[in-house]
Ligand binder design. Structure first.
Ligand SMILES: [Zn+2]
Length: 274
């Protein structure tokens, strides 16, 4: 009798576990439309890129973002734009917009710049572990659809990647300081292609992540997080950092590394990020 009671308890527990598992699956929102928060980098007084750059980054990012919105909306996604015009939106506001959406992912669109005109290629950034699959998928498709080389999937603590609580990716769609890649970017059909490839990455974020888990997807181990201070200086210091790291000792702002808010405010005001 006692044994039978035990068996019944076991069965009930099993049924309860199955019920809970099904419930959590349904609650994961697989069937409900995902919201994609599209973030067009820069805007307003912030052109993006480096001083003197001929092609304005803010215009290219907005155009790709708008095209991406059209493609994703046509695919049944709900889309939220952090900006849909030539306006400056602080990084904190961009993150607040992202974080106010449930069952959502965040895609920040940027173009790269460097003082060395020969620098080229596509790179995709993520920060949190749960953003890796999305980063890998977007990178896979954008690189596949662009003539530019791959600079890899990288982990870096950009503000919009660290402060977003949903899976977040920042894709650098080529260098506007490179004459060839700037030429691509200025072509509307190429920007449409970029949007379609980013959308393909969004749609495939689960499958690419798993099927390429050992080959195409960079692991956390192979992409160490960059030093926090680097994110504010990626455009300025890429060259000088490789030449001499001693420059750091003369950096009067070094002490502010203990004050993230100040650095973030500076990033927001100059928006050197991405
Ligand atoms: Zn940028």
């Amino acid at each position: 009798m006692r044994r039978r009671f035990f068996q019944i308890c076991l069965l009930a527990t099993g049924l309860l576990m199955t019920f809970l598992a099904c419930g959590s699956y349904a609650a994961s929102g697989d069937s409900s439309p995902i919201t994609v928060v599209i973030d067009a980098g820069h805007g307003g007084f912030d052109r993006g890129g480096i001083p003197g750059q001929r092609v304005s980054e803010k215009d290219m990012t907005l155009d790709v973002a708008r095209r991406l919105k059209s493609v994703l909306t046509a695919s049944g996604y709900r889309v939220v734009m952090t900006r849909d015009g030539d306006v400056f939106v602080p990084l904190g506001t961009r993150c607040s917009i992202a974080n106010s959406n449930r069952n959502a992912i965040f895609v920040s669109v940027h173009f790269n710049s460097a003082t060395r005109g020969g620098a080229s290629g596509i790179e995709t950034y993520f920060y949190s572990r749960d953003s890796l699959a999305l980063a890998s998928a977007i990178h896979h498709y954008v690189v596949g659809g662009a003539p530019s080389p791959s600079r890899g999937v990288r982990r870096r603590g950009y503000y919009v990647l660290r402060k977003t609580s949903i899976p977040a990716v920042l894709v650098e769609c080529g260098f506007l300081t490179n004459p060839t890649e700037a030429g691509y970017a200025q072509n509307a059909s190429y920007r449409q292609k970029l949007a379609e490839e980013i959308a393909a990455g969004v749609r495939s974020r689960g499958s690419v992540g798993s099927s390429f888990s050992t080959t195409r997807v960079a692991t956390d181990e192979s992409i160490p997080v960059q030093p926090y201070i680097d994110q504010t200086r990626v455009s300025h210091s890429k060259k000088s950092r490789s030449k001499r790291s001693s420059r750091k000792s003369t950096r009067h702002k070094k002490k502010t590394s203990s004050k993230p808010a100040e650095i973030e405010a500076r990033v927001a005001s100059s928006d050197r990020e991405g």
